[in-house]
Write a protein that binds this ligand. Structure first.
Ligand SMILES: *Cc1c(COP(=O)(O)O)cnc(C)c1O
Length: 423
C-alpha cells in the first residue's frame, strides 16, 4: 500500500495535491512519500518477526537521495553500498558506519580504504584476489576488515535476465563449490576477520522458491565452514523481494511470507542475519510526475507524448519494465495509447498499447512505483538536466534536489587550449 491516492478527483501524495507540486516544482519531477517509506520499513521489520536483532541495510543503489536515506537512517536502517560514492552518501545522510555493508564486484583499493577508515560493519568479498587486496589495504592502515564472501549459489532467480545475479555464469560471488577454498585462503590473510557468508540472487523476485533454495545451500555451507574451524557469526541474505508494479498481476510474496520462509530455513543457524532490501522499501514510495506535451494521432493509435523521457526513468527501455500510468485528474474516460517521451530513440517508450485515462495536452500524468531504480539511473541524454526530487510528509513537501539547469551542463564542459572561446 502507498500514500498516493485520489482525493476530490485529484491524485495526492499524502495530503499534498500533485497539481500543487507540478505548479511549483515543474515537471518532470520525482515525488517520494515519507509515510510510505515508514510503512514499508515497518512492514519489512514486522515480517521478520522474532528474529533476534536483524541488521537491515537498505540497498542505496535503489534510491540514494539524501532525504530518503536520512528518513531511513532515522528509522534505524543501515546501508548496503556498492561504491565509494554510495558509502559517502550513506555517511553524509547519517547512516552509522557500523551498520554499513560494502558489496560490489569491483571495489578498488581506494574504496576499500575509505570503508576501513570509516569503520564499516562488513565487506562482502566477491573473489579471492579481492580478499588479498583488501587484506593488504587493511594491513597498510594497521586495521582489520570484517568480511563475508558473497557466494554464488547457482540458482535461477526466475526474474529478468538483466537483474539475475545468482547463476553460475553471472559475474557475482564465489562459486559455492569453491567457497570452502576461498575461506581457507582468506583465513590466512592477516588483514581480514572472517565474519560470515553473503548471498544475493537477483531483484524483483516474485517467487520465494529460488531464494529458499539459495538459503538452504548457504545453511549447508555455514555448517561446512564451521566444521572446518571458521567462526561464522553473520549471514547476509541480500535483497531482491519484488513489489507490485501491475495491479492486474498476482501480488508478489509479502514481507511476512518472506520472513516466515527465512525463519524456517535459518532456524538453528545461530547467526545475526543481515538483509539488503532496496526496491521493497522505496519502489512504491515514489512516483514520476510528468505533463502531457501533446497527443499525436499515429497510424494505429494515439501517442501520448509526455515531458519525462527515458533519461529520467530508464527502466522501461532498459528491461521492459511495466509502470502503472495514472492521470492526476482523471475525467472518467479512457483510451488505448502508447506513451512516449521526447528523446530521439524508439526505445523512449514508457508503455505500448496501454488502456489508460484519456488525457490531453497539458494534463498531468504519474508513473507509479518509480521510487526504486528511477532518479538514480537518470542521465542527461539529449541535454536534459537531471530531474528534481521532492519529498512529502503529510501536508508538507520540499524540493530535495533541484532541477539541474542546462547552464550547469554547459558549464561542466571546457574547451581545449587550441579552440578559442567565442566572445
Ligand atoms: C541490488 C542489490 C540489492 C537490492 O536489491 P533489491 O531488489 O532492490 O532489493 C541488495 N544487495 C545487493 C548485493 C544488490 O546488488
Amino acid at each position: 500500500m502507498d500514500h498516493f491516492q485520489l482525493k476530490d478527483g485529484v491524485l495526492h501524495a499524502e495530503d499534498v495535491p500533485l497539481t500543487a507540486i507540478a505548479e511549483a516544482a515543474g515537471t518532470p519531477t520525482y515525488i517520494y512519500s515519507t509515510a510510505t517509506l515508514e510503512r514499508h520499513v515497518r512492514v519489512f521489520r514486522e515480517g521478520l518477526g522474532d528474529l533476534p536483532d536483524p541488521w537491515i541495510a537498505f540497498a542505496v543503489k535503489a534510491n540514494p537521495n539524501k532525504a530518503v536515506l536520512a528518513t531511513l537512517a532515522r528509522l534505524g536502517l543501515g546501508a548496503d553500498v556498492v561504491s565509494g560514492g554510495e558509502l559517502r552518501r550513506a555517511l553524509a545522510a547519517g547512516v552509522p558506519a557500523e551498520k554499513i555493508v560494502f558489496s560490489g564486484v569491483g571495489k578498488t583499493a581506494g574504496e576499500m580504504a575509505l570503508g576501513l577508515k570509516a569503520g564499516i560493519g562488513q565487506f562482502n568479498l566477491e573473489s579471492e584476489p579481492e580478499a588479498e587486496t583488501l587484506s593488504a589495504v587493511a594491513q597498510s592502515l594497521g586495521m582489520t576488515a570484517r568480511v563475508s564472501f558473497r557466494v554464488n549459489p547457482d540458482v535461477d532467480a526466475g526474474t529478468h535476465a538483466k537483474i539475475s545475479t545468482g547463476k553460475a555464469e553471472n559475474k557475482f560471488g564465489v562459486p559455492i563449490d569453491r567457497a570452502l577454498a576461498a575461506y581457507e585462503a582468506a583465513a590466512k590473510l592477516l588483514g581480514l576477520t572472517i565474519q560470515g557468508v553473503a548471498v544475493h540472487i537477483g531483484s524483483q523476485l516474485t517467487d520465494l522458491a529460488p531464494s529458499c533454495a539459495a538459503f538452504q545451500r548457504i545453511g549447508a555451507l555455514i555448517a561446512e565452514l564451521r566444521a572446518a574451524g571458521h567462526s561464522i557469526t553473520h549471514a547476509d541474505l541480500g535483497g531482491g523481494l519484488g513489489v507490485p508494479y501491475d495491479p492486474a498481476l498476482p501480488l508478489p510474496p509479502s514481507p511476512a511470507d518472506y520472513g516466515a520462509m527465512v525463519r524456517e530455513v535459518t532456524a538453528g543457524w545461530d547467526v545475526r542475519l543481515i538483509f539488503e532490501p532496496g526496491r521493497v522499501i522505496v519502489g512504491n514510495a515514489g512516483i514520476l510526475l510528468t505533463r502531457v506535451i501533446r497527443v499525436k494521432q499515429g497510424v494505429t493509435q494515439p501517442f501520448v507524448i509526455v515531458d519525462a523521457a527515458m533519461n529520467d526513468l530508464l527502466r522501461p527501455s532498459l528491461y521492459e519494465a511495466w509502470h502503472n500510468v495514472r492521470a492526476v485528474q482523471p475525467n472518467g474516460e479512457s483510451f488505448t495509447a502508447t506513451i512516449v517521451g521526447p528523446v530521439c530513440e524508439t526505445g523512449d517508450t514508457f508503455a505500448r498499447d496501454r488502456p489508460m485515462d484519456r488525457v490531453q495536452e497539458g494534463d498531468l500524468v504519474a508513473f507509479m512505483t518509480a521510487g526504486a531504480y528511477g532518479a538514480t539511473m537518470a542521465s542527461t541524454y539529449n541535454s536534459r538536466g537531471l530531474t528534481p526530487e521532492v519529498i512529502v510528509s503529510q501536508d508538507k513537501w520540499a524540493i530535495v534536489r533541484e532541477r539541474q539547469p542546462i547552464e550547469a551542463l554547459i558549464a561542466a564542459d571546457s574547451l581545449p587550449p587550441w579552440i578559442e572561446e567565442q566572445a
